[in-house]
Design a protein around this ligand. Structure first.
Ligand code: ZN
Length: 196
């Protein structure tokens, strides 16, 4: 058997595979988000749409759900859209006390209108107190339902900062998030454009 007879189909199939891989990643976009809010007395602590019992809550124009805000910025960033502050201005009275899950629902619509499908989102909450582990499954359910994805596609972790910095001194809570989107032209007539 001559070398050319085996090389040619192999090279062709490798090229095909490479082209398929290039097409698969062409529609992928990653985004990152970060947010932090101060802890103050007299406010409820809302994280991932869950009311977490604590003697302080996060200060902010909306419900100050720092986790959802970080996720929103990750999603908007991946889609190349303006950030949360420009989508939902803090000086706009319609967002006073807003439920951040509803804002997340609006972001889902913005993404779907531009044919972006959420593949997964991952996040870390930075909080010295209170302990959050027991509340994370309920946060995952809220966010998965709002985005129309499976719970396994919504990662939420929590960590302390070992008593260091302002978060370690229980002066605030922060959150990081990353999101992966796929540009999917089949979303054009999708019912998932309507948020819950
Ligand atoms: Zn925020």
């Amino acid at each position: 058997m001559e070398a050319g007879q085996t090389d040619t189909p192999t090279a062709a199939s490798e090229e095909k595979e490479a082209a398929a891989a290039a097409r698969a990643v062409a529609g992928l976009r990653v985004g990152s988000g970060y947010d932090v809010h101060r802890l103050v007395p007299g406010r409820p602590l809302i994280l991932g749409g869950v009311h977490v019992p604590f003697d302080q809550g996060l200060a902010g124009h909306s419900d100050a759900d720092v986790l959802v805000h970080a996720m929103i910025d990750a999603l908007l960033g991946a889609a190349g859209l303006p950030d949360i502050g420009r989508q939902f201005p803090a000086d706009d009275p319609q967002y006073a006390g807003a439920d951040s899950l509803q804002l997340l629902g609006k972001v889902r619509t913005l993404l779907a209108e531009r044919q972006w499908r959420v593949l997964n989102i991952d996040s870390t909450i930075l909080a010295q107190r209170p302990r959050l582990a027991g509340h994370i499954p309920a946060m995952q359910v809220n966010i998965a339902q709002t985005l129309g994805v499976k719970e396994v596609s919504v990662g939420i972790k929590s960590t302390t900062t070992e008593g260091l910095d302002a978060i370690g001194a229980v002066k605030g809570i922060g959150a990081h998030a990353v999101a992966l989107l796929l540009h999917d032209p089949s979303l054009q007539d999708c019912a998932c454009m309507t948020p819950r």
